[in-house]
Design a protein around this ligand. Structure first.
Ligand SMILES: [Cu+2]
Length: 244
């Protein structure tokens, strides 16, 4: 009798120990999975297309590469360019917010920008910074700044100061598509079928490194002084740049 009782008790103990271990593994797994999905790329990375051409800048020869992005007021407009990548109907960059660029390369980025806007809260981000020649090309015209009340979004690429990777800072203000009573007005830009602006700029990457970019125009919803929604959700107005 004594033996049976003690046998039952120890098998109960064994079962509860096993349940405890299984639950522990499940909790660790769930936390790991959540952290992994939070840090994962929201879209497939966009690799810049390498060219066989080279270019000489300040006496140095660089290989060339290019990438094309779009900026859209909503999911439907992104879908018109073939990008069905995001769950939320926010303003968004596409096709990816993670760019992968080759090191020590002259990178040319083209952005088709289809949104309206209001006023930058920091006029600094209306200035072009860090591009070759200090300019960007908007619908065929080189400019070095966009008025702070004419910006729809910015592409602002930066990294933390570091001894282990080269500095990289690029700020590109994108001009607004003007709006009338019935929505967006046609533009002069055939590159976007007269629906947006085509903005082209080039910069030179250093060595391998991890950088981030974000939009500095407050384009979120009304919460947090327009820094909510698209501005506070990763993968719409913010992303990564990997140089390798
Ligand atoms: Cu924005």
């Amino acid at each position: 009798m004594q033996t049976t009782t003690s046998g039952t008790t120890s098998s109960k103990r064994l079962i509860s120990a096993l349940v405890f271990v299984v639950l522990g593994v499940a909790v660790v797994g769930a936390v790991g999975f959540t952290l992994h999905s939070l840090s994962a790329d929201p879209q497939k990375p966009l690799y810049a297309t390498k060219s066989s051409e080279t270019i000489v800048v300040d006496g140095k020869t660089y290989p060339k590469a290019s990438a094309t992005l779009g900026v859209y007021p909503d999911k439907a407009t992104a879908a018109e360019d073939g990008y069905k990548i995001n769950k939320k109907d926010y303003v968004q960059y596409g096709p990816s917010t993670h760019l992968v660029l080759p090191a020590h390369t002259y990178v040319t980025v083209t952005i088709h920008a289809y949104d309206g806007g209001e006023q930058l809260n920091n006029p600094y981000f209306g200035k072009v910074v860090g591009t070759v020649g200090g300019t960007i090309n908007i619908d065929g015209v080189d400019v070095s700044n966009v008025a702070s009340d004419n910006v729809q979004h910015t592409f602002t690429l930066h990294g933390i100061p570091s001894t282990s990777q080269d500095p990289l800072f690029v700020n590109v203000p994108l001009p607004q598509v003007k709006e009338g009573d019935k929505g967006f007005l046609p533009t002069q830009d055939p590159g976007t079928h007269f629906k947006g602006h085509t903005v082209t700029f080039s910069f030179i990457t250093g060595g391998a490194g991890d950088y981030v970019w974000n939009c500095e125009y407050p384009c979120g919803d009304g919460s947090y002084a327009k820094f909510g929604a698209a501005m506070s959700t990763y993968g719409y107005m913010s992303g990564k740049v990997t140089v390798k």
